[in-house]
Ligand binder design. Structure first.
Ligand code: NDP
Length: 289
């Protein structure tokens, strides 16, 4: 009999959690525990502040305590890899991990940053065979670009201020996936190519507290038939999304991306498909939305 079958008499929950620094502003614990409770899963999620010097010991601790897995965030997404036994397909391409799963006593690194985004996007539009313009080339943009390519995107135009990281992502996509990727420089006000079907902001422009900061783009180049998505979850309605909505575009916000990441992580750890709405409601509650 496993932990779920005899919950009333089982005082030993399965443990999951997060290792990051800083950790206090991360709302994941609230939404994951809401889902565990709603589905009667005998699991807990513990949000831990872990410094880079303590990462190895923290992972040994999680192993010794029999954890089922954990998330890791800034600044551990790359450093964690050397302590793992293997990587999932997209984590390998992205070169960063945010979810660790115990499979047959092996610790495997996955990356749900982009998977959560693509799952949220698919509720509105399937990226397969689509033309996509993606702003940004940091960790989030790289994860999103790899998952869009693995989901069959036809073209990805990567627009970023600095060229080095962007060229690296473009080469990664062209060498490893069927997607055709190109880099466009971003020195002046950027006009989005009218053949674009999906526009994505994966930069940190507009992130709290700089909520009035705007992307340097020609907003007249956004057309109503484009789907517009923003990775920023605080605030959930960014200047870009407000502008796109006013033009009649369908939009996807960063909260939907975050919730879907949670759904995928919980599936990895528990095997259960949890109700995304429960997590969404909890986030709305904690952010007073
Ligand atoms: P990084 O620091 O790795 O990358 C930041 C990106 O933003 C780079 O492409 C950088 O360009 C660009 N950028 C920063 N300032 C400007 C500016 N003034 N003008 C133009 N471009 C700018 O951050 P991450 O990739 O990890 O995170 C990016 C965003 O994604 C954050 O807002 C984060 O909150 C969000 N995110 C959301 C998740 C979710 O679940 N919703 C998950 C993970 C991240 P350059 O290379 O030129 O410096």
């Amino acid at each position: 009999m496993n932990a779920h079958d005899n919950k009333a008499k089982d005082f030993l929950p399965q443990l999951t959690g997060s290792f990051a620094q800083p950790a206090a502003e991360n709302p994941t614990v609230a939404m994951v525990e809401a889902a565990y409770k709603h589905h009667g899963l005998h699991f807990r999620y513990i949000n831990c502040e872990v410094s880079p010097e303590n990462l190895e010991t923290a992972i040994q601790g999680a192993k010794a305590l029999g954890w089922s897995g954990f998330n890791c965030s800034i600044p551990h997404k790359v450093a964690v890899i050397k302590y793992l036994d293997g990587l999932g397909e997209s984590a390998k391409l992205i070169g960063a991990v945010n979810t660790i799963v115990k499979r047959d006593d092996k610790w495997i690194g996955e990356n749900t940053d982009g998977k959560g985004f693509v799952q949220a996007l698919k509720q509105i539009i399937d990226p397969a065979q689509k033309h996509i313009t993606l702003f940004g080339a940091g960790g989030a943009a790289r994860a999103v670009a790899v998952e869009l390519a693995l989901a069959g995107a036809k073209t990805i135009t990567l627009v970023n201020r600095s060229s080095e990281r962007a060229e690296e992502v473009v080469t990664l996509l062209n060498d490893n996936t069927p997607t055709q990727a190109v880099y466009n420089s971003w020195e002046n006000r950027y006009a989005i190519d009218p053949k674009t079907q999906i526009v994505i902001n994966a930069t940190s422009v507009g992130l709290y507290p700089d909520v009035d900061q705007q992307l340097n783009i020609d907003f007249d180049s956004i057309h109503p038939d484009m789907v517009v998505a923003d990775g920023i979850h605080n605030p959930p309605e960014t200047h870009l999304l407000k502008t796109a909505k006013d033009k009649g575009c369908k939009t996807v916000n960063g909260i939907q991306m975050l919730v879907n990441q949670g759904v995928i992580g919980i599936k990895y750890w528990t095997g259960v498909d949890v109700d995304a709405q429960v997590m969404h409601t909890k986030l709305n509650e904690v952010f007073d939305l």
